[in-house]
Ligand binder design. Structure first.
Ligand code: NI
Length: 223
């Protein structure tokens, strides 16, 4: 298999995969599906991302990977650290006492817009493990947000479809100052470590990504 490539809604010829519902996966997984999962887990760590769905790498299947490391937990106020976890055919429903809350989201499939997205603060979700075992669990706060974002991907829904009239949204270059000025010192330190990790893995020819990292550093050094 060639290395996985990220599909973006603005720039990829195969962008249709991002806006179509993905196909249900049957068990046992094929060798190809197992290989895809292995590579998605590697990619989510390499990108220092919290989640990745198969359509984002051009594969229209209901497979997501998510993970929250110590720095992401601090940065986003998550309840817990989550090791890289694979969910197959996942779906969610809000819990009865759930409310919609707004927080910043970006997406590897959407280069030119970031913003605050309304998500349920408590969900129940059902999925299958790579071994084909079905389970139901609940999630809260940032973990619930990540799961809703990734499950949206397998339904062909992007953050662009989730912004409401109350969302703050725009080009990342314009949104960065709004986003980072309210950070606590602990959040700023976590973000500095995340930037250092990202800097090591980005393609050296990706000048836009390098410039964005520099811009965030400058913003963090202000005040
Ligand atoms: Ni995304």
């Amino acid at each position: 298999m060639p290395p996985l490539d990220l599909v973006t809604i603005e720039h990829s010829p195969q962008k249709e995969v991002l806006i179509q519902p993905a196909a249900e996966v049957s068990f046992p997984l094929s060798h190809e599906e197992q290989q895809l999962i292995k590579e998605m887990k590697e990619l989510v760590l390499k990108l220092d991302a919290v989640g990745l769905a198969a359509p984002q790498v051009g594969v229209g299947k209901q497979i997501i990977v998510y993970t929250i490391d110590e720095d992401a937990k601090t940065l986003r106020g998550a309840e817990k650290v989550v090791p890289p976890t694979v969910l197959i055919n996942p779906s969610y429903t809000p819990l009865q006492d759930a409310t919609l809350t707004y927080d910043w989201e970006g997406c590897f499939s959407v280069d030119e817009t970031t913003g605050t997205v309304p998500r349920y603060d408590k969900i129940s979700y059902t999925a299958q493990t790579p071994e084909g075992k079905t389970f139901t669990a609940t999630a809260e706060g940032f973990v619930a947000r990540v799961l809703q974002h990734e499950i949206d991907h397998i339904k062909g829904i992007l953050i662009l479809n989730r912004f409401s009239a109350e969302s703050i949204k725009g080009h990342p270059d314009e949104m960065l100052p709004l986003r980072y000025k309210h950070f606590t010192p602990q959040q700023k330190e976590a973000l500095r470590r995340i930037l250092a990790k990202k800097e090591k893995t980005i393609d050296p020819t990706n000048l836009a990504a390098k410039q964005r990292i520099e811009k965030i550093r400058q913003l963090l050094d202000e005040e």
